[in-house]
Design a protein around this ligand. Structure first.
Ligand SMILES: C[S@@+](CC[C@H](N)C(=O)[O-])C[C@H]1O[C@@H](n2cnc3c(N)ncnc32)[C@H](O)[C@@H]1O
Length: 251
C-alpha cells in the first residue's frame, strides 16, 4: 500500500502520485481537438474575459521593447495568442505543455494565423529552460492538473528574471449564496453532458469538474505561491469566485 503522502487526488479518486500525470495526459489527449470549442460552451464565453484579465495583468509593452513570456500548461496556445496580440513586436511568447496532442492543435493554429509562437513539450515540474530567462510566467487553468504543484511553482520562480511576474488563473470556490447551488448543479449535470455530446468523453469533463472542487482555496494557494519564493503575492476573485487570478513577483 502506498503511504498517504505518496497519494494524490485525481478528481474525487485517491491515486498514487506517480500515476496522476498519465491519467491527466489521457484526459487532454482525448479532448484536444474539441478543447477550445468546449471552453466556449462550458463557460458561455466567459473564459475569454478571464483570460483578458490575465493578459491585462501581464501588460506586454506595445513598443519594440524585448519582453519574453512563458505560458505554462499553455495547451492549444489560447493565452499565448492573446498575449502576442496585446504586445508589440518585441513580445515573444513560449508555450510549454506536457501534452503533444494539445501542442499539435496549438502549432496548427499558429501556422494558420501566421503567428510566431514557440511550442515546447515540457513538464512544468522540470522545465528544460534556463534560469532567469522570462519577464513573465503565466499559467491558465493548468496548475490544478500538475501532480507536484510545489515543484511547478518553484520552476516558474527559477525561470523568471528578477523583477518578473508570475500570474496564475485558476478555478476557485464560489461563496455567493444561491450562486454556489446553481454552480454545483451546472458543473455536475450540464458540463459532463455537454462534454459527452461534443467530445464523446463525459468522464474527462467529470474529472475537470471534480479537480476544480479539490483544488486548494485561494488563500491556501497564495501560501503555496509564497512558499515557492514569490513576493507581493495577491489574488483577485472574479465572477463570484468561479475563478481567481493569482499574482506573485520574483524580487
Ligand atoms: C485545462 S488545460 C489549459 C490550457 C490553456 N492554458 C488554456 O487556458 O486554454 C490544462 C493543460 O495543462 C497541461 N498539463 C497538465 N499537466 C502538465 C504538466 N505537468 N506540465 C505541463 N503541462 C501540463 C495539459 O496538457 C493541458 O494542456
Amino acid at each position: 500500500m502506498p503511504r498517504t503522502s505518496d497519494e494524490t487526488d485525481f478528481g474525487y479518486e485517491r491515486i498514487p502520485l506517480g500515476d496522476k500525470q498519465a491519467r491527466v495526459d489521457s484526459v487532454f489527449h482525448s479532448v484536444a481537438r474539441r478543447y477550445d470549442l468546449m471552453n466556449d460552451l462550458m463557460s458561455g464565453g466567459l473564459h475569454r474575459a478571464w483570460k483578458e484579465a490575465l493578459v491585462t495583468a501581464v501588460n506586454p509593452p506595445k513598443k519594440e521593447l524585448a519582453f519574453s513570456v512563458l505560458d505554462l500548461a499553455g495547451g492549444t496556445g489560447d493565452v499565448a495568442f492573446r498575449i502576442a496580440d496585446a504586445g508589440g513586436p518585441g513580445t515573444r511568447v513560449t508555450v510549454a505543455d506536457i501534452n503533444a496532442g494539445m501542442l499539435e492543435v496549438g502549432r496548427e493554429r499558429a501556422a494558420k494565423a501566421k503567428r510566431k509562437i514557440e511550442f515546447v513539450e515540457a513538464n512544468a515540474e522540470k522545465l528544460p529552460l534556463p534560469d532567469k530567462s522570462f519577464d513573465a510566467v503565466t499559467i491558465a487553468f493548468g496548475i490544478r492538473n500538475v501532480p507536484r504543484i510545489d515543484a511547478a511553482l518553484e520552476e516558474a520562480h527559477r525561470v523568471l528574471k528578477i523583477g518578473g511576474r508570475f500570474l496564475c488563473l485558476e478555478f476557485s470556490s464560489v461563496d455567493v449564496p444561491g450562486l454556489d447551488r446553481l454552480y454545483e448543479l451546472y458543473s455536475f449535470n450540464v458540463i459532463p453532458a455537454v462534454g459527452r455530446a461534443v467530445t464523446g468523453d463525459a468522464e474527462a469533463y467529470r474529472y475537470l469538474v471534480e479537480s476544480i472542487r479539490k483544488f486548494p482555496r485561494s488563500e491556501k494557494f497564495a501560501d503555496m505561491i509564497r512558499a515557492a519564493g514569490f513576493r507581493r503575492v495577491s489574488f483577485e476573485s472574479m465572477t463570484g469566485g468561479v475563478v481567481a487570478l493569482h499574482s506573485g513577483w520574483r524580487l
